[in-house]
Design a binder for this molecule. Structure first.
Ligand code: CP3
Length: 358
């Protein structure tokens, strides 16, 4: 039973992910709802904290739609966070002012690791699926809604380190000393992510993205064993069709440029690219198997409108003619970005990309 409009007014994003013809290159931005928007900061203030904002169906819906009111984006992304999963596992997520995410009970010994279990997504993460349904209703078919999760390895980084890290020394120590313990965590994470993404799809997510933010920190061989293999396992367990449409899966490994062929063979529909790879080269390597998403340098948004437009034009030339490219940043938008520069990016892209789709 689906309680909302299943007819999309703009399905350009979904068609591009399946490499079907489109009229222009669609765009959304990682972290498109966030602190660079004054209206987001106002709603967050009202919510009290970031986590309260994520847990309020009404406010999470409101901030998801904020960037769409300002810019003609081609997709919405659920407002939530990747760290909802370890929080549901009982690790105690909190945000210390100016310090990013932290856990009260990180996985610091074997007993804690052995006690880790797959949470009941239907109850522990109901606030997320409630937000998905509410956002779908509010969108009323305007653009598709993207659901998301962190990758098992990226989640494990936060769960073991207890917060962000520059070195990942704890995770890597565990990986080299006690690989079976890290595999145990990753297997539990993979099962949880599978349940979580399927619940989001059931609630109305029309595409899903796996954020593997830290996979690129792994050594050759370790990436395949400790990150990619678990994403592959998740993809094999996902609902791939809903309401008569394919639900595309996007895999984004930041720093994964060396492993594009292997990522493209994971079963995903699209591969997210950071800004370190050449888009044309990526298309030659894997563009016959999957769609590509990215790879605008988020820091280029600090430059002048003319420079932003030139960079958009460069990426369009690099990809070349035809469908299969979803424009996006190579990582999340900075909180210090001028929203007017986002308007320049979206408008110039929509205009300049049309000749590539004739
Ligand atoms: O893209 C979107 O607009 C959807 C919302 C979204 C958020 N986080 C909201 C958020 C998404 C998709 C994420 C993913 C996420 N969260 C990732 C993977 C993508 C990436 O950026 O690498 C990671 C690693 C996290 C963990 C996380 N959450 C960190 C490291 C931080 C603090 C850093 C920061 O930017 O402040 C968060 C907090 C967070 N998640 C904010 C937002 C809007 C800022 C919270 C605030 O309002 O203070």
């Amino acid at each position: 039973m689906t309680a909302f409009n299943t007819t999309l007014k703009n399905d350009t994003f979904l068609r591009a992910l399946l490499r079907e013809p489109t009229e222009y290159t669609p765009v959304w931005l990682m972290r498109q709802a966030g602190r660079y928007l004054p209206e987001y900061r106002a709603t967050r203030e009202r919510a009290g904290s970031f986590l309260d904002l994520c847990k309020s169906t009404e406010l999470a819906t409101e901030v998801t739609l904020q960037p769409l009111e300002r810019f003609p984006l081609d997709a919405a992304i659920l407002f939530s966070d990747i760290l909802t999963i370890p929080d549901a596992m009982g690790l105690g997520l909190y945000f210390a002012e100016g310090e990013g995410p932290k856990f009260e009970r990180p996985l610091r010994d074997e007993a804690a690791i052995k006690a880790l279990a797959v949470p009941d997504v239907g109850t522990e993460l109901k606030y997320v699926t409630d937000a998905v349904s509410s956002i779908r209703k509010a969108l009323d078919g305007r653009v598709p809604l993207i659901g998301f999760s962190g990758s098992p390895f990226t989640l494990a980084c936060y769960m073991i380190e207890g917060g962000g890290s520059d070195t990942f020394s704890r995770v890597k120590t565990l990986m080299y000393d006690r690989p079976e313990l890290l595999h145990h965590i990753l297997a539990i994470n993979a099962q949880t992510v599978t349940d979580y993404l399927n619940a989001q799809i059931e609630a109305g997510a029309q595409a899903v993205q796996i954020f593997d933010t830290w996979g690129g920190a792994l050594a050759f061989g370790k990436y395949q064993e400790f990150s990619l293999a678990y994403m592959q396992r998740i993809i094999a367990g996902l609902t791939r069709e809903k309401d008569g449409r394919r639900v595309p899966v996007i895999v984004f490994t930041k720093g994964g440029g060396l492993w594009l062929e292997e990522i493209a063979a994971s079963g995903c529909d699209a591969v997210g690219l950071d800004w370190t790879v050449d888009l044309g080269d990526a298309r030659r390597r894997i563009g016959d198997k999957v769609a590509l998403q990215g790879n605008f340098d988020p820091n280029a948004l600090f430059a002048s409108p003319a420079a932003i437009e030139a960079e958009v034009a460069r990426l369009l030339r690099a990809y070349g003619a035809g469908s299969g490219h979803v424009f996006n940043l190579g990582h999340g938008i900075s909180q210090f970005t001028n929203p007017e520069h986002v308007t320049v990016l979206v408008d110039s892209l929509h205009q300049l990309s049309r000749p590539y789709h004739q």
